[in-house]
Design a protein around this ligand. Structure first.
Ligand SMILES: Cc1cc2nc3c(=O)[nH]c(=O)nc-3n(C[C@H](O)[C@H](O)[C@H](O)COP(=O)(O)O)c2cc1C
Length: 191
């Protein structure tokens, strides 16, 4: 599969088979992630791989966060549904930015600028991982609903770094049709 084929074939997967993913395959995916470009080659990405034994803990922490937000009156959007997807996935990788600043408390221009660069670099790493997974026949879901449990997840892992995203992985148990995209003309301005 070439890169364009992988880009075209990738879908967000929300139903996974229970079959485990071999650890060498996971290492290959993580290696692909670390080959992404990054601002000043800082490689700000950090990964926590939550394997099957720890999945119940991950889900308990995620759900404790959702319950806390609900009690605070925060609308939960699609997050309960996302938690159900995470519950099926044999592997979920939590992705961090190796920056100790609280992302919700930026103080000055250089903080904001640095964070924008780092988050783009980490986005590139995540997409590399997703495309490598596609090539290897593994389904993936890029997740930001973990933000509803931001504090709870960081406390669980004793992480000072910024939580950026999660990626659930496993063999797909569905074959979704392509989701619609805006036409190129709609999103591009040629000068
Ligand atoms: C930054 C980002 C965050 C996302 N967060 C979630 C999420 O929390 N839960 C979920 O089910 N899907 C999530 N998605 C998947 C999107 O819903 C999906 O990519 C989009 O609907 C397009 O579908 P496709 O990936 O199959 O092309 C996220 C995708 C991205 C890029």
């Amino acid at each position: 599969m070439n890169t364009l084929e992988a880009i075209r074939a990738r879908r967000s997967i929300r139903r996974f088979k229970p079959d485990p993913l071999p650890e060498d395959v996971l290492t290959e995916l993580l290696t692909a992630a670390t080959l992404a470009p990054s601002g000043k080659n800082e490689q700000p990405w950090r990964f926590v791989v939550v394997r099957e034994d720890k999945r119940p803990e991950l889900l308990a922490v995620m759900r404790a966060g959702l319950a806390a937000r609900k009690a605070e009156g925060v609308p939960l959007g699609s997050s309960e549904w996302t938690a159900r997807v995470m519950e099926q996935a044999p592997i979920t990788i939590l992705v961090f930015n190796a920056d100790d600043e609280n992302p919700f408390e930026h103080k000055d221009f250089s903080d904001v600028f640095g964070n924008m660069v780092d988050v783009q670099s980490i986005g590139a790493a995540i997409q590399n991982l997703l495309l490598a997974a596609q090539e290897l026949g593994i389904g993936s879901l890029w997740i930001c609903d973990i933000f509803y449990a931001y504090g709870e997840l960081c406390a669980w892992l004793n992480e000072r770094h910024q939580l950026i995203a999660a990626i659930s992985l496993g063999y797909a148990d569905e074959a979704p049709l392509p989701r619609s995209r805006k036409a190129v003309d709609e999103v591009v301005r040629w000068l």
